[in-house]
Design a binder for this molecule. Structure first.
Ligand SMILES: C=C1C[C@]23C[C@@]1(O)CC[C@H]2[C@@]12CC[C@H](O)[C@@](C)(C(=O)O1)[C@H]2[C@@H]3C(=O)O
Ligand SMILES: O=C(O)CCC(=O)C(=O)O
Ligand SMILES: [Fe+2]
Length: 317
């Protein structure tokens, strides 16, 4: 019998890893070096002492859980809500979600989301302001660590009033399975909540509740489960290939609801994406990618399936 949900079938190795931890209150030159190293070696790292108040996070999480607990008919009334379908190209996952535009002017629009309690709108606005600031700070530290003379080179793109940033709530309801084929060698489910992909934006700030499920792939055929923690991961296409957008996916849990919230820092649609000159080095003597606008890249991304490698289409030769 075919399982009525996407399940991971390829023979895969499952090897848990500990992500690097970046303490933002540590000495600045140490932080910048650590961020660069973490981006080169993992593409993901956990940020601690990030300055976003615990209450802001807790209130946002609580109001989002309240929303997902509503009857389906009520949730479907909200245009921002989606269930199982991911994107426009037939990808499916065991996930329900809310997808909101998070550009600076629309952050204040959160205050007016129809059919939502004002507590939801205000907590989401406060959370988004916080993660956007955090994203900018990380991008500035990253630029400093890379030796880019203009430390605002990356962060400017998401500070712009017309930046194309997105906030996504993913809710993975528990799926209870007794069949051993649906469990991996660590007794976790093999049911895919959000399929394998790499995020297309400049940087993603992701956090989840205390339920595991995120897996990253640092090597083909090997999935590394990441222990749940308030976390961030960096994805950058502007460093001439020095940092890559790491592939990841999210699995469901057999017993508990998992919820993640991702802030995707995206540039304005007409922004030209090109590596800073300092990224052209003797090891990388020319630009690996043709300059492109975010609108061009986004169009290609959204016309492809979730798991496809799209950056290759922009290689210089
Ligand atoms: C199938 C798709 C969903 C997605 C757009 C895409 O065509 C390919 C990338 C997907 C992704 C992954 C990261 C984010 O979750 C997201 C919002 C994004 O910008 O790119 C999703 C898109 C989506 O869910 O619409
Ligand atoms: O739920 C997660 O941990 C990952 C979600 C994700 O990768 C995404 O929304 O792009
Ligand atoms: Fe993602």
């Amino acid at each position: 019998m075919v399982a009525p949900f996407p399940i991971s079938t390829r023979s895969e190795k499952i090897l848990p890893i500990d992500l690097p931890v970046v303490d933002l209150t540590a000495e600045r030159s140490m932080v910048t070096k650590l961020i660069v190293k973490a981006c080169e070696e993992y593409g993901f790292f956990n940020v601690i002492n990030h300055g976003i108040p615990r209450d802001t996070i807790a209130e946002m999480e609580e109001t989002a859980f309240d929303f997902f607990a509503k009857p389906m008919a009520q949730k479907k009334q909200l245009a921002l809500y989606g269930c199982k379908n991911i994107g426009f190209n037939g990808d499916m996952g065991e996930v329900e979600y809310l997808l909101l535009s998070a550009t600076p002017p629309s952050i204040s629009h959160f205050k007016n989301i129809s059919n939502m309690p004002s507590k939801f709108s205000s907590s989401v606005s406060a959370y988004t302001e916080g993660v956007r600031e955090l994203a900018c700070e990380i991008l500035e530290l990253m630029a400093e660590g890379l030796g880019v003379p203009d430390t605002w080179f990356f962060s400017r793109l998401i500070r712009e009033v017309d930046s194309d940033s997105v906030l996504r709530f993913n809710h993975y309801p528990p799926i209870i399975l007794n069949n051993k084929d649906c469990k991996d060698n660590h007794n976790h489910t093999k049911v895919i909540g959000f399929g394998e992909h790499s995020d297309p934006q400049i940087l993603t700030i992701l956090r989840s509740n205390d339920v595991g499920g995120l897996q990253i792939s640092l090597q083909d055929g090997v999935w590394n489960p990441v222990a749940p923690d308030p976390s961030a991961f960096c994805v950058n296409v502007m460093t001439n290939g020095r940092f890559v957008s790491v592939r990841h996916r999210a699995m469901t849990n057999s017993h508990k609801s998992r919820m993640s919230v991702a802030y995707f820092g995206g540039p304005p649609l007409d922004a030209c994406i090109v590596a800073p000159p300092v990224m052209v080095t003797p090891e990388r003597p020319s630009l690996l990618f043709k300059p492109f606008t975010w609108a061009e890249y986004k169009k290609v991304t959204y016309s492809m399936r979730l798991g496809e490698h799209r950056i290759d289409l922009f290689r210089s030769n």
